[in-house]
Design a protein around this ligand. Structure first.
Ligand SMILES: Cc1cc2nc3c(=O)[nH]c(=O)nc-3n(C[C@H](O)[C@H](O)[C@H](O)COP(=O)(O)OP(=O)(O)OC[C@H]3O[C@@H](n4cnc5c(N)ncnc54)[C@H](O)[C@@H]3O)c2cc1C
Length: 352
């Protein structure tokens, strides 16, 4: 009969990069992780969407757009080391965009993209982890045997020894209320900026640039999607992703999507060497209600862990925003948990 202890059961809620980093590390440390996400796919705001349209000749066409995060930095040695390993297996690639001469992009640095689409990073990290998609967590219940995760529809799953929340702050605040009101209040006060994103297809032309950061007008960022590594567009087409600024997105948050597509399309057209021979092939928009943290949280910690409650919180808003910050936060939370467990085990074997 085996005498080895049962692995700890961990629920990680949210399968964006923070949750994926946390889950991957805890699973490697020997814990039994179940990951929940309300979406149909992994990656959260590291998102890629396929859209279809009918071209001028009546043929069906489709293309993919990275409509959330465009690319990411890798400054921290641990994240850099991960990127080196993932580059070797083709899961990420460096991206060095050509910048618009008329619109220098001061905040643009060479970075990485996941391959062949942004969710691929989380898919890779979560290899071997049990994932439940389409699982919207409505409530957490704490009992004598641990945590129950209650899904939309009322189904309870568990028990889990520990729960990690890896989602935007407003959504985490709802699940924390009644369990850790201090954290719930702090998260409810975190402001996230929204972002309207245009996904557009034009006829191809010899554009002299792949990325621009316009200083004026509604658009904050414009990227030529099909020139990123591993991406493509239908022959004779160019695909574009254009993010509106936080100020413009806030002012137009409840506008009709058709009006937003018109306004952002006009702004993109003004940046392109447009002429009578060029046509739109497709335009659509996506609204991110919680796109990026408006400011870093003041407490300076990269994650939160409460060993008494066996409850943790991670996400980009704890690290100052962005993919790398989200990964750091999730990885750091897993480190906190394993360090806490080691301390608990050590205390348990100390003579009284
Ligand atoms: C338009 C846009 C552009 C961006 N551009 C860049 C960029 O160029 N570079 C960069 O580094 N970063 C960029 N970012 C930011 C980057 O995408 C995020 O910082 C990072 O992806 C956040 O990861 P996360 O895991 O913290 O959260 P998320 O990716 O938001 O993951 C949270 C997950 O939790 C799930 N969830 C939420 N509530 C529940 C629930 N109740 N039950 C179950 N699941 C739930 C969600 O479905 C989601 O999958 C951009 C973001 C946006 C929106």
């Amino acid at each position: 009969m085996s005498t080895s202890p049962q692995p700890l059961r961990i629920a990680v809620i949210g399968a964006g990069v923070a949750g994926a980093a946390c889950a991957a590390s805890l699973q490697r440390a020997g814990m039994r992780v179940t990951q929940f996400d309300k979406s149909r796919g992994l990656g959260g705001r590291m998102a890629t969407r396929r859209v279809s349209w009918t071209d001028a000749r009546g043929a069906s066409q489709s293309a993919e757009f990275d409509h959330g995060a465009q690319f990411f930095s890798a400054r921290h040695p641990r994240f850099r080391a991960l990127m080196t390993r993932l580059q070797a297996v083709g899961c990420v690639a460096p991206w060095r965009p050509q910048v618009h001469a008329a619109f220098p992009a001061p905040s643009l640095r060479p970075g990485f993209v996941a391959m062949p689409s942004m969710p691929a990073l989380c898919r890779h990290l979560l290899t071997g982890v049990s994932v439940q998609l389409g699982a919207s967590v409505q409530r957490l219940q704490r009992g004598s045997d641990g945590w129950q995760v209650v899904l939309a529809g009322g189904e309870a799953t568990g028990p889990f020894d520990q729960v990690m929340l890896a989602m935007p702050p407003a959504q985490a605040a709802v699940l924390l209320a009644g369990h850790h009101d201090g954290w719930a209040d702090a998260l409810a006060a975190v402001r996230m900026d929204p972002c309207w994103t245009l996904m557009a297809v034009t006829d191809d032309a010899d554009w002299p640039w792949d990325a621009a950061e316009p200083a004026k007008g509604p658009l904050a960022w414009v990227m030529r999607n099909d020139r990123k590594p591993g991406r493509s567009a239908p022959p004779g087409s160019a695909t574009w992703v254009a993010h509106a600024s936080a100020a413009w997105s806030s002012a137009h948050l409840e506008d009709d999507p058709a009006d937003v597509a018109e306004a952002l399309g006009a702004a993109l057209k003004a940046l392109l060497p447009w002429n009578a021979a060029l046509q739109w092939q497709h335009r659509s928009v996506h609204r991110w209600r919680y796109a990026v943290p408006a400011a870093a949280l003041a407490d300076g910690r990269e994650c939160w862990w409460d060993g008494d409650l066996r409850l943790g919180v991670c996400g980009d808003f704890l690290g100052g925003g962005g993919v790398e910050a989200a990964w750091r936060s999730g990885d750091e939370l897993a480190d906190n948990v394993t360090a806490w467990l080691e301390a608990e085990e050590e205390a348990a074997v100390q003579p009284a």
